[in-house]
Design a protein around this ligand. Structure first.
Ligand code: ADP
Ligand code: UDP
Length: 234
């Protein structure tokens, strides 16, 4: 597939057209942002690492029957994907309290939640991606009832699959964000799944192996991302 015109540049990735209208190339950058881009930086080799980690996870999910936009890793930073119409939703699952949930509800980080918590945020940078609920989604027409049910069904399945996937490599899946889109009338998982979009804590030590090292200036960011890569590719 030839890389064509750049159609979108986001905070972490660039999308390019290909010679087919059904496919895009997703290029992974080293740029890192946090707090709705108030904090900016770069993480050396992040693009390469996230492309490879996402590839592994998409391949794993596909084998378990989850439809994804993943077609092929083309090289270190380029992933060939199906071109979807993205639902403007960040779909978040939390297994353990951390980040904004800990803050909003004053629950200590690390508190196990009795059941997975599903949250939605409206993808709108100008509004700081506000949290919304299913009524907002229906009322604003961001997804139909049936689409919402499918998104939720896949999301809980993905959580169970990923919890096991990471547990097998000694990592606790604390929380994560995913995005879905529509391709030829079908809902499929899109975007990326990586230490940028998941909280991943080493089981034995509780060491953070994710973007919180960047958000909180904990140091050792590159090493943490590499650690996840080496475990998922073992
Ligand atoms: P942001 O837009 O939040 O800055 P990125 O830098 O990760 O984030 O940009 C990637 C963009 O591409 C996101 O807006 C995401 O919703 C969108 N996207 C992800 N996968 C696909 C796909 N298969 N087809 C079309 N758009 C996609
Ligand atoms: N997340 C993400 N992109 C966002 C917001 C959140 O990938 O724009 C991920 C984040 O990495 C974490 C989960 O979603 O794994 C929950 O994030 P939280 O609401 O705690 O947000 P934070 O306080 O980290 O911004």
């Amino acid at each position: 597939m030839e890389k064509g015109k750049k159609i979108y540049e986001g905070k972490a990735k660039i999308l390019y057209e290909t010679d087919s209208p059904d496919y895009l190339i997703q290029y992974f950058k080293d740029d890192a942002t946090a707090f709705n881009a108030a904090k900016k930086g770069t993480i050396n080799q992040k693009g390469v690492v996230n492309n490879k980690i996402s590839t592994k996870i998409f391949e794993f999910l596909e084998t378990k029957g989850i439809p994804t936009h993943f077609e092929k890793m083309l090289n270190d930073r380029d992933m060939l994907v199906k071109k979807v119409t993205i639902f403007p939703l960040e779909v978040i699952i939390r297994n353990v309290a951390a980040g904004s949930l800990s803050k909003i509800l004053n629950i200590p980080e690390g508190t196990k939640l009795a059941c997975p918590v599903l949250e939605f945020c409206y993808k709108a940078d100008s509004l700081n991606d506000p949290m919304i609920n299913e009524y907002h989604i229906r009322a604003l027409g961001l997804a139909t009832e049936e689409e919402l049910e499918t998104v939720k069904k896949y999301t809980f399945q993905i959580n169970e699959l990923m919890k096991k996937f990471f547990a097998a490599i000694g990592v606790d899946l604390i929380d994560f964000k995913i995005e879905f889109g529509k391709f030829k009338g079908k809902i499929i998982l899109a975007d990326e799944i990586s230490p940028d979009t998941c909280r991943l804590w080493e089981k034995e030590t509780g060491r953070k192996l994710d973007k919180d090292r960047f958000r909180r200036d904990l140091g050792g960011i590159e090493e943490a991302y590499q650690e996840i890569l080496s475990r998922v590719t073992k």
